[in-house]
Design a protein around this ligand. Structure first.
Ligand code: IFM
Length: 451
């Protein structure tokens, strides 16, 4: 989409879309406001030892009440789009049945305010806050959750579809399935590989059903899936390491994009686990409902070396140390990895458009000078990654836009509030928002200047 908020002097096309992203549980708070139901994250945060310092998203950035301030901050940046997610338990407290009007009104007012500023709302339907009632019935391991998700999606199309023209179904289904059900780091916190594979299939089925419902709604607009693709790079030039990295990319990213593009599940991935997906006739056709774009969330690369497959490492590789700088998450800073993964996806799957739907970095709080956080590290991180996007476009990748993660310092899941990704800081006591230097850097990039 072309608007008057595209970069002019940074080597990006005129109609390149610049945006900023957040998610509901990470910023909204208002946990008991307006008839919101409970989510699996509300319950998980209350389990001892799950989240740093026992923190939760109960208050978060209080965007449930302070969203007009957030819209002003977005307008000040000059973004063309704001990517936010809907909290399913806010609009359908028990995960099924009638909508909660107060929840729908909240998102409707936000959408209207964004449009009034010329900012396109990009709505993510699922960024991990599953209604607890569904979680208690097995969550994504239960096939029925996929159908409930499609009903909820239809409800959102009805409510916002007259004003929203960009939708994404799931954010990073790898995290929902594997961090949630196999590695125990995210809600619901299980350690069960079989459950993770079931969850992966039902997430994809929910995605396919929601895409089909969108097409059936007669609405205009685009719909896509957001993934965090695997980003291994060979640690050495040894052929075994090169092959191990390639295999990891092909299989782990293919787990999502192969079925979405009608190729079924990667056999080698399932064979390595001695497992099959719980698919039923017709599922793969639904999962392959055509999408308009793929969103790529990219933060880092991992250097890998070939290693004998084992139960813990079925894919036959392990990670190796590098000399790269790291963010506060311990993640390697590897801007060219973004260029590589965009190229890899564009080459391998018939994607019509790619968007970087998240990219950003956590760093310890920066020195405050003249009342502003001088977050030089974050600026350098953005500079490198935004340049890598220009390189990817030069290579021919159909990259149409970029979303910074994140507008605000917010609730970073099991890390609590200790890891801060914001362009804007949020005072935990007063909720006062203060733009950091990176906010002004990104504003200038959007305006067409990258010094
Ligand atoms: O904060 C998360 C976000 O919710 C999903 N993608 C990665 C971000 C940083 O960890």
């Amino acid at each position: 989409m072309t608007n008057d908020r595209t970069a002019r002097g940074t080597g990006f096309p005129e109609d390149f879309l610049w945006g900023c992203a957040t998610s509901s549980y990470q910023i909204e708070g208002g946990a008991n406001a307006g008839g919101r139901g409970r989510s699996i994250w509300d319950a998980f945060c209350r389990e001892p030892g799950r989240v740093a310092l026992g923190q939760s998203g109960d208050v978060a950035c209080d965007s449930y009440r302070r969203w007009p301030e957030d819209v002003r901050l977005l307008a000040g940046l000059g973004v063309g789009a704001y990517r936010f997610s809907v909290a399913w338990p806010r609009v359908q407290p028990g995960g099924s049945g009638p909508a909660n009007q107060a929840g729908l009104d909240y998102y409707s007012a936000l959408v209207d305010a964004l449009l009034a500023e010329g900012i396109e709302p990009w709505v993510t339907l699922y960024h991990w806050d599953l209604p607890l009632a569904l979680g208690e019935r097995g969550g994504w391991t239960d096939r029925d959750t996929a159908y409930r998700f499609a009903d909820y999606a239809a409800l959102m199309y009805d409510s916002l579809g007259d004003r929203v023209s960009h939708w994404t179904t799931l954010n990073e289904p790898w995290c929902s399935a594997f961090l949630g059900y196999e590695y125990g780091e995210h809600a619901p916190g299980l350690h069960d590989r079989r459950a993770a594979l079931d969850a992966a299939h039902h997430l994809l089925l929910g995605h396919g059903l929601a895409v089909a419902a969108f097409r059936g709604s007669g609405l205009h607009g685009e719909i896509g899936l957001v993934i965090n693709p695997a980003t291994p790079r060979p640690a050495t030039r040894r052929e075994a390491d090169v092959q191990a990295a390639l295999r990891a990319s092909v299989e782990r990213t293919g787990l999502w994009l192969d079925p979405v593009y009608g190729r079924g599940y990667p056999e080698a991935y399932l064979a390595a686990r001695g497992a099959a997906m719980p698919e039923r006739p017709g599922d793969l056709e639904l999962i392959a409902s055509p999408i308009d774009f793929v969103g790529v969330n990219y933060y880092n690369e991992e250097a890998v070396v070939a290693a004998p497959p084992s139960a813990a490492r079925p894919d036959g590789y392990s990670t190796a140390p590098t000399a790269n700088a790291r963010t506060e998450m311990g993640w390697d800073v590897a801007p060219q990895g973004l260029r590589r993964v965009l190229g890899f996806i564009a080459e391998r799957w018939p994607v019509r458009a790619l968007y970087v739907t998240e990219n950003g970095a956590a760093y310890p709080d920066a020195e405050i000078r003249d009342g502003r956080a001088r977050d030089v590290d974050r600026i350098e991180y953005y500079r490198g990654h935004i340049s890598a996007c220009a390189d990817a476009i030069g290579d021919g990748a159909p990259l149409r836009g970029y979303f910074a993660w994140s507008l605000l310092d917010n609730f970073e899941w099991s890390h609590g509030y200790g890891k801060r990704f914001g362009l804007v800081s949020v005072d935990p006591m007063t909720m006062e928002r203060r733009p950091k230097d990176s906010y002004y850097f990104y504003r200038d990039v959007i305006a067409g200047y990258m010094e």
